[in-house]
Design a protein around this ligand. Sequence first.
Ligand code: ATR
Length: 280
Amino acid sequence: MNGRIAAVVGWPVAQSLSPVIHCHWFREYRIDGEYVALPILPENFSRCMAALPLMGFAGVNVTVPHKQAAAALAQTLDEDARRTGAVNLLVFGERGIAGANTDVAGFLASLRESLQVNQLTNRPAIVLGAGGAARAVVLALQRAGFDEICIVNRTRERAQAIVDQLALPVRCRVIDWGDWTNAFAGGGLLVNTTSLGMKGKAALELPLDHLPSDAAVADIVYNPVQTDLLRRAAAKGHATMDGLGMLMHQAVPAFAAWFGVTPKVTAELRTELLRALARA
Ligand code: ATR
């Protein structure tokens, strides 16, 4: 029987806010549990995943660079993990290790909470970036009801690979990086999934002039919460959504699977994360 302990595993992992989220919920639901951040080298990943269940862990959240290794190691995968090829949640059970991807549902929940999605879906969604996060976002956008999705990426082949591999029943277009005018014309929602704008990284130099004024702008970067992109979008009057919503919502199914309580995403949790970011 696994205990009330879970972890986030990554390399590096010290910057993770997952412990803040899960420890908040332990207090909120009066659960005597523990959640720790474990830095694990890629070459040690599978041996550590074999050891943690023996040590009483209920499971782990998986972050960079282990998301594909976790998909390969899990005995079962949920649909979103299969489709994205990335696992961010492992649940250690009696019958082995189950892998899931909760980023898709996390982004979708944040979208529905933050924006008037139904008023945006009749126009194309534009996704900047084609990494692991973009796959989850594209899948979530299709599920949200967008029937046209444009992927704009510096490396065109990676955007094409997402279109080919996800094979979604909606119109997907690949647009060259920098071809903003073409991408933005008539767009309903712009989502940044690149690492640009993150603390310590270059800013996203992106003219918003051609984006219709009633389009919304989302960023999955959450450090800083108010990215330069979101600041400029808000100044132009666009509705915006920051990256904290996805971060909080992707954690809900993990806590539920490990500890049997479906936690709520609240303003208090958001405040606690903002405080943690200010300390970092
Ligand atoms: P993740 O899995 O977290 O999404 P990733 O796979 O490293 O991370 O993807 C990062 C994304 O940011 C990619 O789309 C990357 O573009 P490339 O596919 O061309 O590498 C994008 N990105 C990172 N730095 C960039 C830069 N300086 N200019 C444009 N795009 C950049």
